[in-house]
Design a binder for this molecule. Structure first.
Ligand code: NCD
Ligand code: ZN
Length: 346
């Protein structure tokens, strides 16, 4: 098989940033993706319906001409989030989900939640109206080893919340462990997970062995190889609870290459080539469409896209090592293997 036609994909977890950075990275997503869940961790974050409406307008006006790309907006949950504002934004279709960052867990998460009892009423309302909660699943307790933070989050935070608020629909974002995969598999129809492109490719050795590679540093940090294999099995398998959220998270090289560099891998330009390569390597090309284009809409109760894209296999495809932005260059994720599939038709 050397061509593959699939329903047009969506990205269920994307950082577009704002201003010059957004203008530079947005076309990398709109080229192939129909929709994306837009992360709200701007500075300051997108916390109210009005913030989300303004941010959506800025995205729509930065969109390449003729593009039908649809940004699906999210609110950043804080201890001050107002039920009325959130419900109103959901009712008019302005927001598609709400994002929970434990305070301090990742880039721009200082306004996140410290005391989960303070957001209980909001979560109960979300369960009532079926609005998904997207979870950055890592504890921030400095006593917990960074490689254990996702597994501990499930036991200490996520499982208690889900028991406390039956019917709450949850997406565990960018899962990185077999613990999370097992938890999601057993979680029933109200629980799903996104998996990133880069976590299907790298393990922690890629970041740390033979020299430190800041462009592979993201949060949650990649774990050991057994976990990467569990993610590949989940993504390429038949369980519809797993779908693509690239977590493409651009930072300038200056921000990445610091004594204390930012977390995030920028995968928007080459994601589809990488995913197709990985699925082919695992004999699962026939399940790529489920992961990129069908399972996500099904969980979000949205129709799959009507149109398709076609990928063709050939000589290795090259992508630019960096893209230029008015804020400075941003390095594109290097999968460390030749990529043979390219999108040929849109
Ligand atoms: C994201 C970012 O840069 O905004 N970084 C990352 O490493 N994934 C934040 C996030 O999703 O955790
Ligand atoms: Zn993210």
């Amino acid at each position: 098989m050397d061509t593959l036609t699939i329903r047009r994909p969506d990205d269920w977890h994307l950082h577009l940033r704002d201003g010059a950075m957004m203008r530079a990275v947005l076309p990398e997503t709109t080229r192939h993706f129909a929709r994306a869940i837009i992360m709200p961790n701007l500075v300051p974050p997108v916390v109210t319906g009005a913030d989300a409406a303004d941010y959506r307008d800025r995205i729509l006006s930065a969109k390449p001409r003729g593009s039908k790309f649809q940004p699906l907006m999210t609110l950043y949950l804080t201890e001050e989030t107002q039920v009325g504002d959130l419900r109103a934004a959901a009712e008019i279709g302005l927001i598609t989900a709400v994002k929970l960052y434990p305070a301090g867990a990742t880039t721009n998460s200082a306004s996140g939640v410290k005391d989960f009892t303070k957001v209980k009423r909001v979560l109960e309302n979300m369960a009532q109206i079926g609005l998904p909660l997207l979870v950055h699943g890592e504890v921030t307790d400095p006593d917990i080893d960074i490689f254990d933070r996702e597994a501990v989050f499930i036991d200490r935070v996520l499982d208690p919340i889900r028991r406390d608020i039956p019917g709450l629909r949850v997406v565990m974002e960018h899962v990185t462990t077999s613990d999370a995969v097992d938890y999601v598999r057993a979680g029933g129809p109200d629980l799903a997970a996104t998996i990133t492109t880069h976590h299907l490719v790298i393990n922690r050795n890629h970041i740390l062995a033979g020299g430190i590679r800041p462009h592979y540093y993201c949060l949650p940090v990649a774990k050991r190889e057994t976990h990467r294999r569990a993610l590949v099995a989940a993504a390429t398998g038949t369980d519809t609870a797993f779908f693509l959220g690239t977590d493409s998270a651009p930072h300038t090289d200056t921000a990445k290459l610091q004594p204390c560099g930012c977390a995030g891998c920028f995968t928007a330009p080459n994601t589809l080539s990488i995913l197709t390569e990985v699925f082919e390597q695992h004999g699962a090309l026939d399940r790529l469409e489920n992961f990129t284009s069908l399972n996500g809409p099904a969980f979000y109760r949205l129709p799959a896209n009507d149109d398709t894209i076609t990928l063709r296999k050939g000589e290795p495809v090259s992508y630019p090592a960096k893209i230029d932005t008015d804020d400075g260059p941003v390095t594109v994720f290097d999968p460390g293997m030749p990529l043979h599939w390219r999108v040929i038709e849109d």
